[in-house]
Design a protein around this ligand. Structure first.
Ligand code: SF4
Length: 308
């Protein structure tokens, strides 16, 4: 006759119960089914970090008098993409006195690979709203607008630059000045439309006088970029300039040594190359940059457009 199983240790029973509840809560949090106020070691999630007072009401149609600030996501899905990202004006929260945070912006504890494309774009909107009210570093004092991103948030290809310049600070869009116009030409030369790729920066506010962002400013802003890239899920990243590759990988090596050599960021191949602003000053470096971009095109199976 079988012996009756020994009674379960109450402590084991308790641990089993706790781990079951944790697994269930984690699943619902990851799939976005619940908005539970969970705060893991990485801090609150994107949804939780968008405070009601700062989260703007997203208009279904742009209000003519509303300032065109922080706009992004020109709807330009790539071939085969069913989802069309909305374009809308994102009102900015008023800039408050800077509050130096003890900890940097943190990535949310979400599993972006489990989200639908629509949910990823929605979370990007929430993140953009959070960035619009951010005062985590001193750049919030001198900025006119935060600059979140432009292009297709579901693109396979993402360009990461350093930070907004004069024109970007005024418009709220990245890469719209002379360097941006050159970047657009590079993108077209690669066989993409301007808005078919995703473009963002290491820091979301303009450093005064277009100086390089300080390490503490880059660190304060890092969580936003980490989350942004988790949600966009590009297959390839092009890092534009030394600051971009430094912000992504933490390396201090110069771009001249790094360019043209594949690196990895959280499992995503990264191609470092020169920043378009540098190419405006050093046009002879365009040839190397084109070589780097051709490496990316080869991996993506892209060919330059045939000229008429
Ligand atoms: Fe916040 Fe980044 Fe702007 Fe600093 S640069 S205020 S961390 S959004």
């Amino acid at each position: 006759m079988d012996e009756a199983p020994p009674p379960l240790d109450p402590r084991e029973e308790f641990f089993e119960l706790v781990s079951s509840v944790r697994a269930l809560v984690g699943f619902h949090e990851m799939t976005g089914a619940w908005g539970l106020p969970l705060h893991g070691p990485g801090g609150p999630s994107v949804v939780e970090e968008a405070p009601a007072a700062q989260a703007p009401v997203m208009p279904t149609t742009p209000t003519p008098s509303a300032p065109e600030q922080g706009r992004s996501y020109a709807a330009a899905p790539g071939p085969g993409r069913a989802f069309v990202a909305p374009t809308f004006a994102m009102p900015q929260a008023p800039v408050a006195a800077p509050v130096q945070q003890a900890s940097p912006a943190r990535a949310p504890s979400l599993r972006a690979e489990m989200l639908t494309p629509e949910a990823r774009v929605e979370r990007l909107h929430l993140l953009q709203a959070e960035v619009a009210g951010c005062t985590r570093c001193g750049l919030s004092v001198t900025r006119t607008n935060t600059v979140f991103a432009r292009g297709n948030p579901l693109s396979d290809l993402c360009f990461v630059g350093e930070g907004p310049g004069f024109d970007e600070d005024l418009s709220g869009e990245p890469f719209v000045g002379p360097a941006g116009q050159l970047l657009d030409k590079m993108i077209v030369a690669m066989g993409y439309r301007r808005d078919e790729v995703y473009i963002c920066n290491i820091v979301k506010c303009r450093p005064p006088e277009n100086r390089k962002p300080d390490p503490d400013e880059m660190e304060a802003c890092r969580g936003y970029l980490v989350t942004q890239l988790e949600l966009v899920r590009p297959k390839f990243i092009v890092a534009l300039g030394a600051t971009a590759i430094q912000g992504l990988l933490g390396t201090t090596e110069g771009i001249t040594r790094l360019r043209g050599k594949w690196k990895m960021y959280k499992g995503v191949p990264v191609m470092p190359t020169f920043h378009p602003a540098y190419l405006l000053r050093q046009p002879t470096a365009k040839r190397d940059t084109w070589t780097d971009l051709q490496e990316v095109m080869a991996r993506l199976g892209k060919k330059p457009p045939v000229r008429a």
